[in-house]
Design a protein around this ligand. Structure first.
Ligand code: NAP
Length: 307
């Protein structure tokens, strides 16, 4: 099946292009980008031109940041093409509900992806936790925004979600593996004085689960979750890729390159089966954190300056 990629930026080039090149299901047939391109692939400067010129392309994968994504997503669905969305699936919950309704009306597939759910240890962690009672959980998601999102000012603009851009990956794993629904009970968000989105957040959930998200991490980067249960301890490290039970390595590795091939395989399966997959539960928790959270003002943040 032919697919087009829209927004040839960091994640498109790091993950989507290699995953599509190795995919038995998909052929990357076009790109849409104001600046980027992929060698050997027809490129368009705007989406409407691509949709008009290439009716043979059945699916479109959007790698844009969340705020500009809705208009593009709507155009794809109105043109009767299947749609795959990077995480988070939109800037607001209502716009994603609207897209899901539109896909249903058009009879096409919509897949709101959560790449971290495809990490190597996630399915086994979910199976191990099923039927166990969780006593406490601690999520630590601390990374250096300058290293992973260099110069991406959109991430600190309204709708960019700030530290919840990576933090929602942790929430996508949590909402997948925990036996019971998560309920946010408290949140504290740190906003740089010169920005519209938080650089750090601390969350509390019912049942003794807490999360610490921080974009200011220097040195070792941490994407860990640790649970104590009535049947022992479980840890997921490396963003869900490495599973430990009782402190011993059980499954997975530090390799994160399997996530996007698994997303494209799932997209192919959804299209073949005529189904969609839109789970907004991670985004609901982010919205709840913005609704319920206390706000602190912290030092200005500038991508160019350390500190
Ligand atoms: P990015 O490189 O800053 O942006 C991706 C592309 O989106 C840009 O190359 C640009 O495409 C287009 N774009 C940016 N701002 C735009 C605007 N205001 N209007 C229209 N197009 C715009 O971002 P990214 O890191 O790839 O992230 C994109 C999405 O992937 C985000 O939702 C992010 O959460 C998700 N994601 C990122 C990572 C990561 O490690 N970076 C990992 C997983 C998921 P053109 O200039 O080519 O038109």
């Amino acid at each position: 099946m032919k697919i087009a990629l829209v927004g040839i930026g960091k994640i498109a080039l790091d993950q989507h292009v290699p995953a599509l090149a190795a995919s038995p299901d998909w052929k990357l047939a076009a790109t849409v980008s104001r600046n980027g391109s992929v060698p050997g692939v027809e490129s368009f400067a705007n989406l409407a031109d691509m949709l008009a010129a290439r009716p043979d392309i059945a699916a479109v994968s959007l790698c844009l940041p969340p705020v500009p994504r809705f208009e593009a997503a709507q155009a794809v669905l109105r043109a009767g093409r299947h749609l795959m969305l990077e995480k988070p699936p939109g800037a607001t919950l209502a716009e994603v509900h609207h897209l899901a309704d539109l896909a249903r009306a058009q009879g096409v597939t919509i897949f709101a992806t959560w790449h971290s759910r495809m990490a190597h240890g996630v399915a086994a962690a979910k199976a191990w936790l099923a039927g166990r009672s969780i006593r406490a959980g601690r999520i630590t998601w601390r990374e250096d925004v300058r290293k992973w999102h260099p110069g991406q000012d959109w991430i600190f603009e309204a709708g960019g979600m700030g530290v919840f851009d990576p933090g929602i990956n942790a929430l996508s794993i949590l909402t997948e593996i925990l036996p019971d629904p998560l309920r946010l009970t408290e949140a504290e968000l740190d906003f740089p004085a010169n920005r519209q989105a938080p650089i750090a957040a601390r969350l509390g959930f019912a049942g003794g689960i807490s999360a610490d998200f921080d974009f200011r991490q220097q040195g070792p980067q941490t994407w860990d979750m640790e649970f104590s249960t009535d049947g022992g301890d479980l840890a997921l490290r490396m963003g869900g890729n490495r599973l430990e039970i009782g402190g011993a390595h059980r499954e997975g590795s530090d390799d994160i390159m399997g996530e996007y091939p698994a997303l494209y395989a799932r997209m192919a399966g959804l299209v073949r089966e005529g189904r969609s997959d839109v789970d907004l539960s991670p985004m609901v928790l982010v919205a709840d954190a913005f609704t319920l959270g206390r706000r602190n003002t912290v030092a200005d943040f500038d991508f160019q300056r350390m500190g």
